[in-house]
Design a protein. Sequence first.
Length: 162
Amino acid sequence: MIERSLVLLKPDAVKRGLMGKILTRFEDAGFKIVGAKMTWIDKDFGKRHYADIAERRGEKVLKVLLNFMTQGPVMALCVEGINAVENIRKIVGGTEPKSALPGTIRGDFAHISFAYADKENKAIENLIHASGNVEEAKVEVALWFKESELHSYKTAYETHTF
Ligand code: AMP
């Protein structure tokens, strides 16, 4: 039941100075951050992370997505908690910010639509990636983090050291 999920604050989140606000959403919900680093990926690494995207969304989406994901650094997080994968997707909201519900990260901090992204020939800039299911989370955490970069520790709530 305790799971770890990979969360990426995409280049738009970093450039817009939203890292803190987004991270706070997860901390406020009681999740534990067990890994965090800033990294600037290249297209080869992007292809490894989005290995199935061409199949699911088409070659054009893969191309614009790689351009987007390599245009600046991302903040990679490993987030731990109860049913973390499903719970984090709920907090993140749907892929298209235009239709993502208010109260979700994408609904509150972005508003781009599929139609606009298509017209501009760019990716949906939706601030954040979160693993889609538990199996995917395991593969993605292992891709982005070395074992030594992941930390097991007790929060103040677990140790009552206030
Ligand atoms: P997915 O794994 O299906 O959520 O897609 C990965 C990412 O690709 C999304 O979070 C968006 O940033 C981007 N994306 C997905 N579909 C489209 C699309 N039709 N047009 C532009 N960007 C897209």
